[in-house]
Design a protein around this ligand. Structure first.
Ligand SMILES: [Zn+2]
Length: 433
């Protein structure tokens, strides 16, 4: 198998094993541990060694992994890559039970800016974290992934909604409750969960207390297109970048001080204990540096690349892009620019990235939103503002961002990995402070 194909195989596997941020972090941790990374607990004192490779997890849904290089940290600084673990989805409400016409349904909340129409008529699986009291009366939590299609949101037939193709808006309260089963009984969701946990080998459940569970599309990630030009999957935004970040980190050499941060809660604004507006990354860096002045000196020599997918120009909707800034799939990573700081890119960081791409023989593209449209954002500006670190926003171009199934080019993740691996090995930034 070619290097490109085996990279993409591993990417598809990562996407399928990571239906929620909890599972994404668990999958990344497994990879890191098998590559010799050591788990750190924020409650402990840390004894970091030159050449050591470590990771920290918060809430099971955000991760900071780092390598302590053999070189001096202060003159060299950190090379950091940031991404996010969460994606828009439908989450089960706390008291979700709806019993109507003999159907048992569960009510859902919409997490993030989901494109809702594609959620209809999909075979939905369910995954996340379940908190329970065990048979000894202790609080416990575990991850659960019910990978079989346990639910569905059927569309209304066109005969009952003749305007469906002209104007179909979705009322999330009314239209999205998920059908789970047909029963004469008044089913209780927590009781169903408890028996599902037993099926999954969790044998000490006395009562399910609470949960954070998301529906997801049970269809697996796949290479698609006549010639396999594309990758179709749920959660490409932004598990694709998490996967690249881990692969690049594993490639980093023993001299470099490298950091990968994958935060939860980007899709809902990042303001949380584990989001990019929270203190997690900064507190880890402070502990690595040892004291405030060292932190500031190292930071001044550091750089962050925030990797999050970009919008490729869609052939059916090309007027939604500035004609000079319409990234193509399979034509290289996209530098994201916005003068109003919705992206943190500046000409120092983008020119450095262009040179890294040229060194790796990887084509590069740029994106700015049309001047008459509002611009999205990501973790880049938040990290830049919190740390005062030079930052660049880049991403792989995709279609259908925030749909239940998104589309990327089959070469772009592989190429961005080459460039980020080279970035991790960069001894000096070569730009003024
Ligand atoms: Zn994103």
């Amino acid at each position: 198998m070619s290097e490109l194909n085996s990279f993409n195989e591993a990417l598809l596997q990562f996407l399928d094993s990571s239906p929620t941020p909890f599972h994404a972090v668990e999958t990344m941790v497994t990879t890191l541990i098998s590559a010799g990374f050591e788990a750190l607990d924020e409650r402990d004192e840390w004894q970091l060694k030159a050449g050591g490779r470590y990771f920290v997890v918060r809430n099971g849904s955000s991760l900071v992994a780092f390598c302590c290089g053999a070189s001096d940290l202060l003159p060299r600084g950190w090379r950091m890559v940031g991404a996010h673990t969460d994606s828009p989805n439908l989450k089960v409400k706390p008291t979700p039970e709806l019993h109507r016409h003999g159907y048992f349904q569960v009510g859902v909340e919409v997490y993030g800016g989901a494109l809702l129409n594609p959620w209809f008529d999909r075979d939905l699986a369910l995954a996340g974290r379940v908190n329970y009291e065990n048979t000894q009366g202790e609080l416990r939590s575990c991850l659960l992934n019910i990978a079989r299609p346990v639910g569905i949101i059927p569309s209304l037939a066109i005969h009952l909604d003749r305007e469906a193709n002209n104007s179909h808006s979705v009322n999330p309260q009314k239209d999205l409750p998920v059908v789970l089963l047909q029963s004469g009984e008044k089913e209780d969701f927590r009781t169903l969960l408890a028996s599902e946990l037993t099926e999954h080998g969790v044998s000490d459940v006395a009562a399910v207390l609470d949960y954070e569970l998301s529906f997801y599309d049970s269809q697996k990630a796949a290479m698609v297109g006549w010639n396999g030009d594309f990758i179709a999957s749920a959660r490409l935004d932004n598990l694709l970048s998490c996967f690249i970040g881990v692969q690049a980190l594993l490639n980093s050499d023993s001299d470099s001080h490298t950091v990968l941060v994958c935060n939860d809660h980007e899709e809902v604004g990042s303001q949380s204990a584990v989001g990019a507006q929270g203190p997690m990354l900064e507190s880890v860096l402070r502990r690595i540096a040892g004291d405030e002045v060292s932190l500031q000196r190292a930071m001044a020599n550091s750089m962050m690349i925030s990797a999050d997918n970009a919008h490729g120009i869609h052939p059916n909707f090309s007027d939604r892009h500035d004609a000079n800034h319409g990234p193509l799939l399979n034509a290289g990573p996209v530098i994201k620019n916005n003068v109003n700081q919705r992206y943190a890119t500046n000409s120092d960081t983008s020119s450095l990235f262009r040179r890294l791409c040229a060194d790796q023989s990887v084509a590069v593209q740029s994106f700015v939103v049309r001047s008459d449209m509002a611009c999205g954002s990501t973790v880049g500006p938040l990290t830049a503002a919190a740390l005062g670190v030079k930052t660049l926003d880049v991403g792989v171009p995709t279609f259908a961002m925030h749909s239940i199934r998104e589309l990327a080019g089959s070469q772009d993740a592989f190429n961005l990995n080459k460039v980020l691996s080279a970035f991790y090995g960069l001894a000096a930034l070569g730009v003024a402070n």
